[in-house]
Design a protein around this ligand. Sequence first.
Ligand code: PXP
Length: 260
Amino acid sequence: MKLGVNIDHVAVLREARRVNDPDILEAMYVATQAGADQITIHLREDRRHIHDTDAYRIAKLCKVPLNLECSIDEEIIDIVCDIAPHRATLVPEKREEVTTEGGLDVIKRFDAVTKAVKRLKERQIAVSLFIDPETKVIEASKETQADMIELHTGAYANVYAMLHSNLGASHHRIEALQKPRNELEALLENELRKLQESAAYAHSLGLEVAAGHGLNYQNVRQIAAINEIIELNIGQSIVARAVFSGLESAIKEMKQLVSH
Ligand code: PXP
């Protein structure tokens, strides 16, 4: 199983202060040194975290493949063609969303998606489509000539979090999932089965299969156990874990500096 490390959240922290700290290139070096098989970044239309200069520099300096997530907007595709990453992952994008909510609607936007796939493949950029685990969407994805799909694990992760973490007790609880335990357990099983069946079906059609979104140290095992999935892209939980695995030494270092 390959691990793509999504370093967007390092840029989120940087943009919060409009400085170059933490440096996205340092994140790229640390991630690759730690064993990341791929660096994943999302060049959003609103440039809320990753900027064009980041993407160009990472594409130039990264020693592992770069997976560049982007919308199917024509101007963005122009830029991605120029950056020429190893792979582009086409995702839906809404300016008002906090993160990528739901998969690309390949059926409704079939012509526009197919056009984006064609343009990228003409530039020798492999293309993946970030989609919900649904049969019809997988079939449409195959028809666009995309090489790969990435299954959206967000629905599975949400149910998992409401069932097994303290999310339900926080202000970010998911109201639609305020349900009794047995109902959540059935929902979780259903979401997992959809991912398993979708991975097997896509693989049988000759598509490579990745997965991602909302995967963390608790919920990743069952997804990593799905045979047909060859790659996971994970960001938020790794950066969140890094805060606590690094906070103690960061404070000690500063304490030493200010004490002398
Ligand atoms: N894969 C895709 C296509 C995404 O859009 C994202 C979020 O940027 C991820 C994976 C990583 O999700 P998370 O940050 O929740 O691990």
